[in-house]
Design a protein around this ligand. Structure first.
Ligand code: 6GU
Length: 277
C-alpha cells in the first residue's frame, strides 16, 4: 500500500517511523511519503492560508498549494505504477472513522491524506478531486483537534494493522472488538499475566482452572459487563439473536430487559438509573 501525506508539519508524522507502521515500512509492506505543503508555495512567505470569504474567525487553507501538491503526487504515483488512489480528508465534520471504514481503506492500494490546520481547506479543492477519485472526509471522534495530523496517525495505524502480514497472527483481527460482522460488537474484558500475585492482588480463579469452556464464558460475561458500563449503546443496537441463553442471564443481572413494549426490533433495553418499575 502507498500512503502520501501532505502537511505543513511533516515532523508531526515522525511516529510513522515507529512500531507497527515503522516496521511495515521497513519490510516494504507500506510505502509512506510525507510531503511539506509549502513545497508548493511560490511567494516569499510560503503562504498557505488566507482570510475566509464571508468573514468570520480564523484562516482558510488556499486552493493553489493543495491543487499543485495533489496534481504532482497523483501524476508521480500513476507514472510509477500506482493505481486506485483515494483522498482521505481529516475533518471534525467528516463521517465517523470506525473499524468498518478502516477495513474499506485497507483494501485500497493508495491513500492520500490531506490534514489541514486553521479552519480547513477551501471547499473547491475537495470538490475538484471528488470528480476524479473517491474522497473520504473522516472524523476520529466528537472533539476538535487543532489539525488533522493526529487523525492521520490514528487512521494509518488502524489501517496498517489490517494489511496482510503486518500483524503477526492473521487470527488476531477476527476477535477485534469492532470487527465487522462480529456477532455482537462488545468491548473486550480485562486481561492478566504473571506474576499470579501482585501487591496483594490475585488473578480470577477461573483463568487458572484450565477449563476452556468456563474461561470463554467468563470472558464473555466480562465483555458484557464492560460494554454495559462504557458503551451501553452497543448493546442497545445489537440484534437480540447475537445473545445466547447465558448472555441473556448476564444481561439480566446487568439490568437489561429483552424486547420491552415499545422498543423497536425487539432489542434489549435498560431501565434508566433511578427509574423504578
Ligand atoms: Cl479528523 N480533525 C480535526 N481537526 N479535529 C477532529 C478530527 C479531525 N476528528 C475529530 N476531531
Amino acid at each position: 500500500m502507498r500512503l502520501d501525506v501532505v502537511t505543513i508539519f511533516p515532523e508531526y508524522l515522525e511516529p510513522l517511523n515507529v512500531s507497527l507502521v515503522g516496521k511495515a515500512r521497513a519490510r516494504g509492506q507500506l510505502d509512506v511519503r510525507v510531503h511539506d505543503l509549502r513545497q508548493w508555495t511560490y511567494d516569499r512567505h510560503n503562504t498557505v492560508d488566507d482570510t475566509p470569504y464571508g468573514g468570520g474567525p480564523g484562516m482558510v487553507m488556499k486552493t493553489e498549494p493543495w491543487g499543485d501538491a495533489l496534481d504532482e503526487i497523483l501524476a508521480d504515483g500513476y507514472e510509477t505504477g500506482s493505481h486506485g488512489p483515494v483522498l482521505v480528508v481529516p475533518t471534525p465534520s467528516g463521517r465517523p472513522f470506525n473499524q468498518e471504514l478502516a477495513v474499506e481503506l485497507s483494501e485500497r492500494p493508495w491513500l492520500i491524506f490531506t490534514p489541514a490546520r486553521y479552519e480547513g481547506i477551501d471547499r473547491r479543492v475537495i470538490d475538484e478531486y471528488a470528480t476524479r477519485i473517491p474522497v473520504y472526509e473522516v472524523s476520529i471522534g466528537d472533539y476538535v483537534l487543532a489539525g488533522g495530523e493526529a487523525a492521520v496517525l490514528v487512521v494509518t495505524e488502524a489501517v496498517a494493522r489490517l494489511l496482510p502480514g503486518v500483524l503477526g497472527n492473521a487470527e488476531s483481527h477476527r476477535d477485534d472488538s469492532f470487527a465487522p460482522g462480529a456477532m455482537a460488537n462488545l468491548l473486550e474484558g480485562p486481561v492478566y499475566t504473571k506474576p499470579p500475585q501482585w501487591r496483594g492482588r490475585g488473578i480470577p480463579d477461573v483463568l487458572l482452572s484450565g477449563h476452556h469452556g468456563k474461561i470463554a464464558r467468563w470472558r464473555r460475561d466480562e465483555a458484557l459487563r464492560r460494554t454495559t458500563h462504557n458503551r451501553p449503546d452497543l448493546i442497545e443496537h445489537c440484534e437480540p439473536s447475537a445473545f445466547d441463553k447465558k448472555d441473556r442471564e448476564m444481561l439480566s443481572i446487568l439490568g437489561w430487559e429483552p424486547d420491552p413494549e415499545g422498543v423497536p426490533h425487539g432489542r434489549f433495553w435498560r431501565r434508566p438509573e433511578g427509574v423504578e418499575e
